[in-house]
Design a protein around this ligand. Structure first.
Ligand code: SAM
Length: 219
């Protein structure tokens, strides 16, 4: 049986990739990528010519990849950015491979949530990462209430055009909360905005936020 390597790739800056990740990407028989266009850019930057197939977590594709692994081929799973399986379609394939007794190895590297946490200034000794939160106000409030019960730093991914709406819900329902917005980490327009909910809302008022964003909260 082949090995399934779960390979972390850069979240922006192409230099943020480990030597081991590059070696594995070069040596495997096949790379299963969430976004082949993005992965091709990384591969061509490093002169890697391994075959690439797209992977969206679809059943049929997972079957094909499991079949490939069963035939003794090694496969690297990469997501659009960061660590596969974290808020992306990688999980079903990883789970299926484990169920089939295939060896799954982690090739660690960047993860947007952890990169944001360590520069946030919010407590790092306990945190809850929760991917994307519900969009509807009621469900969002309920989920945030549950998350704040843990009294830990809450980290979630958010679309840039929803930041203000989400922060308004935080302000309306939870009073004093420390907020950090981590935007475009490792990229040209990297920015980290820190402050109380009121300060951050004031700073963002009238601004059009673009790019990839993570919100961190601590109550
Ligand atoms: N698997 C990825 C990881 O390990 O971080 C996360 C994938 S998730 C589909 C994509 C979300 O991650 C974006 O919507 C954004 O919230 C966050 N993200 C990814 N890259 C980022 C960056 N450079 N700066 C800030 N947030 C980023």
């Amino acid at each position: 049986m082949g090995i399934l390597y779960v390979v972390a790739t850069p979240i922006g800056n192409l230099e943020d990739v480990t030597l081991r990740a590059l070696r594995i990407l070069k040596e495997v028989d096949l790379i299963a990528a969430e976004d082949t266009r993005k992965t091709r850019k990384l591969l061509s930057h490093y002169g890697i010519h391994t075959s690439l197939t797209s992977y969206y977590g679809r059943e049929r594709k997972a079957d094909y990849l499991i079949d490939t692994l069963n035939k003794g081929k090694n496969v690297a799973l990469v997501s659009e950015a960061g660590t596969p399986g974290i808020s992306d379609p990688g999980y079903p394939l990883i789970k299926r491979a484990i169920e089939k007794g295939i060896i799954v190895q982690s090739i660690p590297g960047p993860c947007a949530a952890i990169s944001a946490l360590v520069v946030s200034g919010l407590p790092t000794d306990g945190f809850i990462f929760t991917g994307f939160l519900p969009r509807k106000k009621g469900k969002l409030t309920k989920r945030l209430r549950e998350l704040f019960n843990f009294e830990k730093t809450v980290i979630f991914y958010e679309s840039p055009n929803r930041i203000m709406a989400t922060l308004e819900v935080v302000k309306e329902n939870f009073g004093e909360v420390n907020v950090v917005i981590a935007r475009e980490l490792t990229k040209k327009f990297e920015e980290v905005i820190r402050g109380s909910i009121d300060q951050v809302l004031t700073l963002l008022k009238g601004r059009k936020i673009k790019g990839e964003v993570i919100i961190l909260l601590h109550k």
